[in-house]
Design a protein around this ligand. Structure first.
Ligand SMILES: [Zn+2]
Length: 431
């Protein structure tokens, strides 16, 4: 007998991008008195409670959660688990930040025990912050990725990660070679790709730290295995962009460097993409590549204000990334707030509905996982959150007077943090 559980609360999920629907209401479903029926770890039904509860399989366990809001688990499309300990490293911009804070911290991950300890802590924190799927950087040490995948597999999490490929312009203790990075990545792919809910991402750090030979081998890995991701950084900071032009004088621009090495495509996810020329936008769009928009990191490192409307105009799937440790929090609610604030500065204000879309279905689309996660579509994997709009005295005071769904989401995004995440459910099980 399969085990059924029905969760009764308010329910919200997205069917489309609310900013691009001609008829606004068709982009999401909200059931104030709703219910979510889970069977064998998957979504069986979602709708108004009278409709869902009317037709329950016998023996269904009922969980009543009045006053709570169920949403799909949050998706972090760009984060570095080895950078937890450099969070909030103040005083510098990207290139100095890497040398001063990040590289020394990443050195420690050649120790498998240390890597496992941090991977455990990171995944526990993801769960308590409501992040159920993430696209994750390891370090150059393959052990860092073994440790991460091993911990993620034990928790039955849908996670994507990869070993950093980096053969120049970093301290010697963090460099690999083109051949070793190819061999180590291939061994990790064979060990972990498609194991349970895990997928592998070929992960050159960014163009300045890889030789052309290494980028070519990254492209070769993508062609040799089905379903791999490409995960890297793109056009984050003006000094970085000038440097890329010096290192790759034959390229038209930064996107062209990756393009020349066969790295663009529908499973390629580029973090940042803050400063792109028109041709770069077009090429990102025509290649089907995705963007991880990391507003918290872009603000903290002073990188710039991402143009979300350009990404939409070019049909580029875009999700939100925390980019910890360049970002300042693992919390997607905080990241939504940062995205809102960036949109205000650009005078292209996004709605709270748009922000929640980006953190759920938008992220799933950017990772080509919308047939598995990101919404309460029937058959999807049951990764979801129980949100408590009265999690703190301030939130309770404020949400008591909200009159619309949009207003409530705005308050949760602006005033909320991990205390709002009352429960995180992974494949139907409380984590
Ligand atoms: Zn990053």
């Amino acid at each position: 007998m399969s085990k059924s559980v029905v969760w009764r609360a308010s329910v919200l999920h997205f069917l489309a991008d609310p900013s691009q629907q001609s008829s606004y209401g068709e982009a999401w479903e909200f059931f104030e008195d709703g219910a979510l029926l889970i069977e064998d770890g998957h979504i069986k039904n979602c709708g108004p409670s009278d409709q869902v509860m009317n037709n329950l399989p016998s023996g269904t366990e009922i969980k009543n959660l009045p006053g709570k809001l169920l949403v799909p688990g949050f998706i972090d499309t760009h984060v570095h688990y080895p950078q937890l300990e450099v969070l909030a490293g103040c005083g510098v911009q990207l290139l100095d930040w890497l040398n001063q804070y990040t590289f020394p911290a990443e050195k420690k991950f050649s120790d498998p025990e240390y890597a496992s300890e941090v991977a455990r802590f990171f995944l526990d924190q993801c769960i308590s912050h409501g992040t159920t799927t993430a696209l994750v950087f390891g370090t150059v040490a393959p052990q860092s990725v073994d440790a991460f995948f091993s911990e993620a597999h034990q928790r039955n999490l849908r996670m994507i990660a990869g070993k950093v490929m980096m053969d120049r312009n970093a301290p010697d203790y963090l460099l690999d070679t083109p051949e070793n990075s190819y061999k180590d990545s291939k061994a990790l792919i064979n060990r972990w790709h498609d194991k349970g809910r895990l997928s592998y991402a070929v992960t050159p750090r960014f163009a300045p730290t890889s030789s052309s030979e290494q980028l070519k081998l990254a492209g070769q890995l993508l062609r040799e295995h089905d379903g791999l991701y490409l995960h890297t950084h793109l056009s984050e900071n003006p000094k970085e962009i000038d440097w890329v032009q010096e290192l790759f004088p034959d390229s038209k621009h930064y996107v062209d460097v990756y393009d020349q090495h066969g790295l663009l495509g529908p499973r390629s996810v580029f973090a940042h993409s803050v400063h792109l020329c028109d041709h770069s936008w077009q090429r990102m769009g025509s290649s089907g590549s995705s963007i991880a928009y990391c507003p918290g990191s872009n603000l903290f490192l002073g990188s710039g204000l991402f143009n979300l409307n350009k990404a939409k105009a070019h049909g580029i799937p875009t999700g939100l990334g925390t980019d910890v440790g360049g970002g300042t929090s693992l919390c997607l609610l905080n990241t939504m707030k940062d995205a809102y604030q960036v949109s205000q500065l650009r005078e292209e204000t996004i709605s709270p509905l748009q922000a929640f879309y980006l953190a759920t279905l938008g992220g799933a689309r950017a990772l080509h996982l919308e047939d598995k996660i990101g919404s309460f579509r029937k058959g999807n994997e049951a990764d979801f959150l129980v949100l408590n709009p009265a999690a703190t005295p301030m939130l309770e005071f404020r949400t008591k007077t909200t009159k619309t769904l949009e207003e409530l989401l705005g308050v949760l995004m602006v005033m909320g943090d991990d205390r709002v995440i009352e429960k995180t459910i992974i494949m139907g099980q409380e984590a």
